[in-house]
Design a protein around this ligand. Structure first.
Ligand code: AMP
Length: 282
């Protein structure tokens, strides 16, 4: 496995691979890799000739009061996990490599970015869209792999690809969970052991909602009330949002129908966690 630090070198390697007709699978990450990333890398390895994992903690997608400086950086361990999962190249540029002095152009995400993560984190998805555009330009992937864990992000990246006529196919893979249901996340490392125990409330709230829907409930309001009650009863937990939305538009539904996304964002202590489930409502 090869580690590339320079954008110019990444572009040269990608150009070479493309001329030789190699299919490249791209897995963009912010590092602190875990099995969620591992599953994306393994799938990319199964479906492509070459897998490029990018590791870049993107300052553009962090707000001024967010955890950019605090975000875990564990490159050495990441290289071992990427390699063991089947990566051929890790591209880990510095901030000034992707955003050199004079950098001033950005991609603006549209209305899909207005609610939920985009509302709590203004500018976040513009930062995501901009860095994804740059990573696509530098790595020239045939396919790009994203986790359902960040469901709104996947929709926005798919829209970016469609709107700007970009080549890669965007693949969404299921959320990888720990045995107690907690979605794997680099941010789980910031939880104390009691907070980590309380973090199960996100997936419990999601499963509660799914069970109510499967039992026939079609009104969003009582389901949302039950989810909020459950989360409010948990020490250290503070709700940012819980929502039942159309899975394609992310607009809230009062009466559930079609493909529904159940979304939760909860502060556990100083750490903000998100999770979601998709359900088909007939
Ligand atoms: P991150 O490094 O957190 O920006 O995530 C990089 C990619 O891995 C994104 O596409 C995430 O959605 C995905 N990802 C993060 N956590 C998980 C998980 N638990 N299961 C599946 N994919 C994940």
């Amino acid at each position: 496995m090869r580690l590339i630090r320079l954008a110019s070198q990444m572009a040269a390697v990608a150009g070479h691979l493309s001329r030789r007709g190699r299919r490249v699978g791209l897995v963009p990450t912010m590092g602190a890799l875990h099995e969620g990333h591992g599953s994306l890398i393994r799938r990319a390895a199964a479906e492509n000739d070459i897998v490029i994992v990018t590791i870049f903690v993107n300052p553009l997608q962090f707000g001024p009061r967010e955890d950019f400086a605090r975000y875990p950086r564990t490159l050495r361990r990441d290289l071992a996990l990427a390699s063991a999962s089947g990566a051929d190249i890790v591209f880990a540029p510095s901030v000034s490599e992707l955003y050199p002095p004079g950098f001033q152009t950005a991609v603006r995400a549209g209305s899909l970015a207005a609610r939920w993560e985009g509302k709590t984190r203004p500018g976040h998805f513009n930062g995501v869209a901009t860095v994804v555009m740059i990573l696509f330009a530098l790595t020239r992937p045939s396919r790009a792999y994203f986790g359902q864990k960040d469901y709104q992000q996947v929709l926005i990246v798919k829209r970016l690809v469609r709107d700007l006529k970009l080549p890669p196919a965007v693949r969404m893979l299921p959320t990888v969970r720990q045995p107690d249901g907690v979605a794997m996340s680099s941010r789980n490392a910031s939880l104390t052991s009691s907070q980590r125990a309380h973090a199960t409330v996100l997936s419990r709230a999601l499963r509660l909602a799914r069970a109510r829907i499967r039992a026939g409930e079609r009104r969003a309001a009582p389901i949302l009330r039950a989810m909020r009650r459950l989360i409010r009863g948990t020490a250290d937990a503070r709700i940012d949002y819980v929502a039942l939305v159309d899975a394609a538009t992310l607009e809230p539904q009062a009466r559930l129908h079609g493909r529904v996304a159940i979304l939760v964002a909860v502060w556990v202590g100083r750490t903000r966690l998100i999770d979601n489930l998709l359900v088909e409502v007939s």
